[in-house]
Design a protein around this ligand. Structure first.
Ligand code: NOJ
Ligand code: CA
Length: 704
């Protein structure tokens, strides 16, 4: 009996293998199998170096109010295989050129009962898979509403995951490291307070999700090219270890209004047995459309300072006055209001930052709280909250504009929308024109609080279309965008390289809101940074926030050397030196590194990487050929052993090493650092101590 069962099972398995359509990656190490199961259910399976990455998983979509969903009853009517291999040059980036090399299989399915067509397009890279659903123009499928996308990612074990809780409104959470089976019990603890948040399931997580398997694989699940579709979360069936896509609903609970022809975003699965390859992968960018902006001469990487940390820590305020419990734009007379004496965006203070930027070679100065409306800007579901063009009485716009110009410093605009999306769109043209008229060519936007139109979520389709609208509209005006609290990036900056930054994760601000986990920055590059750069705002030198604001007892959970390393490990063409000028003046020798470090690169070499533990990367500056290196460390002290073989052979360099002192610790002694200079070559080896929550940074200067 048993034997017969086994034979039957084996023959089913081999039948599956025979019927499955297979695709291999260019180097042959990654294999995708596609198979229509009984009743015409599409499934796929993925393996890497003969290890199973994704067990047989179902594909399809459930439709709302439709006679039949796109889940079964399919037959294959066509299969097209092709290959692609091309190099492209990003406008800014970690490397000079990016290779886009994949094998493709596009399977056309026909649903028998409805005579509808759906194509599933697979692109297989050496480092993973991207696939999407395509709905060609057709008579029987034109307009439809997605009730739920039913894409499965069946895991081959109870992997270790580095996750944040699924949420329709925020990604500003610390990561939890646990087994997949522990997500359910740890979920409640993983959800910390935010001004807008909505979790949906105790086993819901967000992408990009990083995992590590017991047999040594690193697996990452995310999406690419999220355009005109809701953000995908994942919900885990923790009995069977199967993730299923969980789209962000709109106010009515609907998950996507589609008009064919339409392609969904790509669902991505990266895999490697070397964590460094996950960090180096450009698969997400490669799955996006090429650059659509013809003239990119105005898109420039930016190193900046700002009137910002003083507000975040509570030392200063965004608001001008404490007199008014509420304000109304165009009605409230600010000239009659008593200034509160704490308004950060006052002309003298702004000039101080402009001087500091000019003296230290920064490109720009961001000023928040410059425009009227901050007295009641959040928590009130207020529609007409900001107009983005009216400065407070003590922010002398023209004087500041002329002063910045005379010092060769660019002002960076700030548009906090307070999530009043309709209000922002109402003003956006005027606001962008106002920027151009006043010499601003970059804007930091923000979406704090619950979205208006009320009931919409930060990550639902309509709002995603808004973020995209703002980026495309900005491109028309030659404006660069750095959007906070917007949807986490999915590689769209390849297509619109004016999207030079996003926050969309727990940034440095949380170090002043009670602190973040010390290993947070060893996870972000594996997760949030997969889709694009983060405006993480590093460079905090004073970790005791009560020194800035006695009523704020937060502690920055990082050493000073760790803060320097972030300029390398948190890749971004937009980098802030976030602390106050006086703190940089106190530690002028360490500040030298922030002054020197580049923000745009011709090459990057990931030297060491382990999610949650450490990341070490060396980068070669664009144009100048200067090398810099950064290494961040998690909760436990360690010695980083590396080779400097990325340096050019035969040359000598002076390496200036900014490192944790032996007694350094993120909590008890964060400002203990050493700076030493050593002569090195490509043959040199380095054994460098890293404190808990620490790290090191190196600048290399060629000895001529
Ligand atoms: C949240 C942003 O992340 C932060 O950088 C900004 O200062 C505040 N919103 C106010 O706009
Ligand atoms: Ca934020």
């Amino acid at each position: 009996m048993k034997k017969h069962f086994l034979i039957a099972l084996l023959s089913i398995l081999s039948l599956n293998l025979v019927n499955a359509q297979q695709l291999k990656s260019p180097n042959g190490e990654t294999t995708l199998s596609f198979l229509l199961k009984a009743d015409g259910i599409p499934t796929y399976q993925l393996s890497y170096r003969s290890k199973e990455v994704i067990r047989t998983s179902k594909l399809g979509l459930e439709l709302k109010n439709d006679k039949k969903s796109l889940l079964n009853d399919f037959v294959i009517t066509d299969t097209k295989n092709s290959s692609f291999d091309e190099n492209w040059t990003p406008v800014w980036g970690e490397v000079k050129t990016i290779r886009n090399h994949y094998n493709e299989m596009a399977i056309t399915l026909n649903q028998k009962e409805t005579n509808r067509q759906m194509i599933i397009r697979f692109r297989l890279y050496d480092e993973g898979l991207g696939f999407r659903y395509e709905f060609p123009s057709q008579k029987n499928l034109t307009y439809f509403v997605v009730k739920e996308e039913k894409t499965q990612f069946a895991m081959a074990g109870d992997h270790t995951a580095y996750w944040i809780a699924g949420d329709y409104d925020t990604q500003e959470y610390d990561y939890t490291t646990s087994k997949l089976s522990e997500i359910r019990v740890l979920n409640a603890k993983a959800i910390t307070a935010n001004l807008s948040q909505k979790s949906f399931s105790s086993t819901g997580v967000q992408t990009s999700l990083m995992m590590k398997t017991a047999n040594g694989l690193y697996i990452n699940l995310h999406e690419a090219a999220l355009i005109n579709y809701p953000c995908m979360h994942l919900n885990l069936d923790d009995k069977n270890m199967v993730f299923e896509s969980w789209l962000t609903p709109d106010v009515n609970g609907d998950k996507g209004y589609i008009q064919a022809p339409f392609n969904t975003p790509w669902r991505t699965i990266m895999v490697s047995d070397d964590a460094r390859e996950i960090l180096a992968s450009k698969m997400i960018y490669n799955l996006n459309e090429p650059n659509k902006i013809k003239d990119t001469s105005w898109i420039k990487p930016v190193k900046y300072v700002g009137v910002w940390w003083e507000m975040i820590t509570g030392k200063s305020s965004w608001a001008y006055t404490d007199d008014y419990p509420s304000v109304q734009l165009g009605i409230t007379d600010y000239s009659k209001a008593k200034p509160n004496g704490k308004h950060g965006a006052n002309t003298d203070n702004v000039k101080k930052y402009i001087d500091f930027a000019a003296a230290n070679g920064f490109d720009g100065v961001l000023v928040e709280g410059w425009n009227v409306g901050w007295e009641d800007w959040y928590g009130n579901s207020k529609d007409y909250v900001f107009d983005f063009v009216t400065p407070y009485p003590d922010f002398k716009l023209q004087e500041i504009r002329d002063y910045a110009k005379s010092k060769g410093v660019k002002m960076i605009m700030h548009h906090e929308t307070s999530s009043s999306v309709r209000n922002y769109e109402r003003h956006i043209d005027t606001a962008y024109k106002f920027m151009k008229a006043n010499g601003y060519d970059a804007v930091k936007s923000g979406y704090v609080g619950n979205i208006l139109p009320r009931g919409e979520n930060h990550y639902s389709q309509w709002i995603i279309n808004h973020y995209q609208y703002a980026v495309e509209k900005a491109a028309e005006y030659k404006i660069m965008v750095n959007a906070h609290e917007a949807i986490r990036p999915t590689g769209i900056a390849r297509t619109y390289p004016n999207l030079i930054g996003n926050e969309s994760a727990r940034g440095t601000e949380y170090q002043a809101f009670g602190g973040s986990k010390p290993n947070h920055v060893t996870i972000l590059p594996f997760t949030r940074l997969q889709g694009g750069p983060m405006d993480y705002t590093p460079g905090i030198f004073e970790m005791d926030i009560s020194k800035l604001n006695p009523s704020n007892t937060s502690h920055v959970n990082a050493t000073l050397a760790n803060q320097l390393a972030l300029y390398l490990t948190m890749y971004s063409p937009l980098q802030m030196a976030a602390d106050l000028p006086e703190n940089y003046n106190r530690f002028a020798d360490a500040f030298q590194f922030i002054k020197d470090v580049a923000v745009d690169w011709d090459d990057s070499k990931y030297i060491e990487a382990e999610p949650g533990e450490f990341i070490t990367v060396a980068r070669k500056a664009k144009g100048t050929g200067k090398w810099f290196l950064g290494s961040v460390n998690g909760d436990n002290s360690r010695t980083s052993n590396i080779s400097l073989d990325f340096l050019e052979a035969g040359k000598k360099y002076t390496a200036t090493i900014y490192a944790d002192a032996k007694e350094a610790h993120y909590k008890t002694n964060p400002q203990a650092y050493t700076i030493r200079k050593v002569v090195v070559t490509s043959k040199s080896k380095l054994a460098q101590f890293c404190a808990a929550g620490g790290g090191y940074a190196i600048s290399f200067l060629e000895n001529k």
